[in-house]
Design a protein around this ligand. Sequence first.
Ligand SMILES: [Mg+2]
Length: 228
Amino acid sequence: MEVKSLSRFKNIHLFIDFDGTIATPDSLYFLCQRFADRKWRQIEDKMEKGEIDEREGLQQEFDWLHITQEEALRAIDNGVTLDPYFPDFVRWCQERGLKVTIVSGGFLSFIKRFLRRYGLDHLHIKANRVKIEEKKWRIIPSPGRKDCHKCNNCKTYDVEKAKARGEAIIYIGDGHTDRCPAAVADVVFAKDKLKQYCQKEKLKFYEFSNFGDVMTTLASLLPKGKKP
Ligand SMILES: [Mg+2]
């Protein structure tokens, strides 16, 4: 998509994946890799191949994780880091009136807590909710589209609502739950598995490694009025 086509939109809305995109490594992978029975990997492979839905697979993976919330939070505090360019990127978006929503298959309370460390917990976040009792993890069902129940937290549900309001959609992500929303976005920034998917499906995308890259490319795409 070129500058001209973004110019016709009054509002530009960025939808950004969290795990592996804003924070690395992916916090759910990190917890499962470190603490779950290795059977979680088989479930992950099935989800990636589309043999089971994310809604079903996520719960199955966390059935193999037997740690408390405190243990999980401590591990994330010590092992997951924020893209160093992300705080400046958020400020840059705010200065230009660009809306930002984080959409995630991760857990809302964990993401908020993580972002609070960087003063970024004011951001709008749509993510999964989880109830943890002792060492039992239960994913709470999220509302979503009536015609598709694949993902518990449907990212496309939120993207389509913004599209229906006439907003331009910029999607930034890295993984398999980003494929569906990326396919309906106006501009896509992709890395890792989402990049491979876009290449395979011949979807146009901009490659990125960090939010410094996204800022540079996006600056060249924005209509002039969005640059103070
Ligand atoms: Mg991700």
